[in-house]
Write a protein that binds this ligand. Structure first.
Ligand code: UN1
Length: 515
């Protein structure tokens, strides 16, 4: 192992040789297939991880159920205290864990550290929530009656997370799920097992110290079969899935067929719209970050840019200047803005998308190929690309397809209504952003005839949401919300309790049923 990699692993208590256990439910083990963690920057094999065998998955689910039964009776503010300790433990490892994210996933260091910060933030939020998950008292129509709406713990929550946010998205789910009194079982992306192991070690340390069963936060690394096992299990009340639309569709169906609950965070195909009165000194860098940040591998990445015809030439000129200044490199080196794509497959997807653009007559303004010079040839480096497709028709394949790579497609519009129509006429509905200083445009954009996405920004890019608001999308992005807002309400079971404190037992609606 390179010294760079072994330093990071050691700082997080991960062995630097041999096979690493990728299953935790109070005890570490793993006797299933071996899974490799590969560094996307250098191609170095970072570790071999022992995944969950079918029996181990089954056992982990059983331990999770037992842990839930224990945990649900602990008062929520006490659960909050444990979350606060997890927050402290994560914060003390912020830099090391951030570096591991850069090493294994490929995002640049400041974004890796930012992801840990996002986990810390949601823990803070959940600590507060642990004293505020309020039900309500409803006025009854019957004398001497009271109706309570009571949130109770739900059960076992499975989190199936993606490679692009290997830490934060689990954090959103774990923090709320714990505050709500559930046990959580995590199946991370098969290509980022080390991030999951490092996080689970930190969380497990706090649970063990508090005498809480470790299976309150279980980990089962594995491939598709492990995911299917969780999704099909009747012992899992809620499945929170982040990933592709194709897989999400099947997760949604399977869980619905057993009457389980889902949160689905699937594809994004996010647009920024630039009005003639936009402040370009803010809008250009924001689009640059939205499209090139994380090498275009956020669900919220900017993939479509709609420019008003009055500003289009200047905007593109300024944007291209930023694109040309970007140097690809090791994401762990300070100052690098462009790391690798996460996998070789992603490079192929990028190549195919660029080829399709070329074949269909698009103009490639900048980018369009992989970086092949040493040492970049060892990793999955591709040039951020701006293209002007031949058609602006949102129903065209180019516009309605999410490509998980730094490719930005541009079209020019005349009227805001037209741009909003283009924004909305794709299958996905995660994030969108309008750049203007005119309040009338803002009113339209955020209102009933405005953007139909789950995240609707003004003078803020499509990506980089804070944890305080609910995160999620509409249409083929799936349904459900994570992180802030009312998201916690999905992690509990609601009971409507009508209580009769009186000496009479009247029926609702004045129904008379006397024999
Ligand atoms: C994702 O890409 O799945 O809003 C999550 C953002 C981040 C989270 C993205 N806070 O870009």
């Amino acid at each position: 192992l390179s010294t760079r990699a072994s330093g990071i692993l050691t700082s997080l208590g991960i062995p630097t040789s041999g096979e690493i256990s990728g299953v935790y439910d109070g005890q570490w083990r793993g006797s299933g297939d071996l899974m490799k963690s590969v560094c996307p920057t250098t191609g170095e094999v970072l570790a071999r991880v022992k995944t969950a065998s079918p029996t181990e998955l089954h056992d982990a689910l059983e331990r999770s159920r037992e842990a839930y039964v224990h945990f649900r009776d602990i008062p929520a503010p006490r659960r909050g205290e444990i979350i606060r300790e997890i927050r402290e433990a994560l914060a003390s490892k912020r830099d090391d864990l951030g570096a591991l994210i850069s090493l294994e996933m490929g995002k640049i260091r400041t974004e890796g550290v930012g992801e840990v910060q996002e986990f810390v933030d949601i823990c803070d939020y959940a600590v507060g929530l642990s004293r505020m998950m309020n039900g309500s008292v409803v006025a009854s129509e019957r004398p001497g009656h009271t109706i309570l709406e009571v949130p109770n713990p739900l059960g076992v929550v499975a989190v199936l997370s993606a490679f692009n946010f290997p830490v934060a998205v689990y954090g959103w789910n774990l923090a709320l799920s714990m505050a709500a009194g559930n046990a959580t079982i995590w199946k991370p992306s098969p290509t980022t097992p080390l991030c999951a192991i490092a996080v689970t070690k930190i969380v497990a340390g706090v649970l063990e110290k508090n005498g809480i069963p470790g299976a309150v936060a279980s980990l089962v690394t594995g491939d598709k079969d492990t995911g299917v096992g969780l999704v099909e299990s009747r012992d899992v009340e809620l499945v929170s899935f982040t990933g592709s639309e194709a897989v999400g569709r099947s997760v949604g169906k399977v869980v619905a067929s057993r009457f389980g609950k889902t949160i689905l965070e699937l594809g994004g195909n996010n647009a920024s719209i630039i009005m003639p009165d936009a402040d370009l000194s803010l809008a250009v860098p924001a689009v640059f970050f939205g499209a090139v940040g994380t090498a275009g591998q956020r669900c919220t990445s900017t993939r479509r840019l709609y420019l008003h015809k009055q500003v289009a030439p200047e905007f593109l000129e300024r944007l291209q200047r930023l694109y040309k200044s970007v140097k690809p490199g090791d994401p762990l080196v300070d100052g690098t803005l462009l790391g690798p794509l996460h996998s070789r497959t992603a490079c192929d997807t990028y190549d195919n998308a660029v080829q399709y653009l070329r074949n269909s007559g698009a103009e490639i303004l900048t980018g369009g190929s992989q970086y092949s010079e040493a040492p970049l040839h060892l990793g999955n480096f591709v040039q951020p690309t701006i293209s002007i497709p031949k058609t602006a028709d949102p129903e065209d394949y180019i516009w309605k397809t999410e490509t998980f790579a730094p490719i930005l497609n541009v079209a020019v519009f005349d009227q805001l209504e037209e741009a909003i129509d283009w924004n909305n006429r794709v299958p996905q509905g995660l994030s969108s952003s309008l750049w203007t200083r005119d309040v009338r445009n803002i009113g339209k954009w955020v209102g009933p005839s405005g953007s139909d996405t789950g995240i609707v920004n003004v003078n803020v890019g499509t990506s980089g949401a804070e944890i305080g608001a609910a995160f999620g999308g509409n249409k083929s992005t799936g349904w459900g919300r994570e992180s802030g807002g009312d998201s916690w309400k999905q992690y509990v079971r609601w009971s409507a309790c009508t209580i009769n404190f009186s000496d009479k037992a009247p029926l609702a609606q004045g129904v008379n049923f006397q024999a």
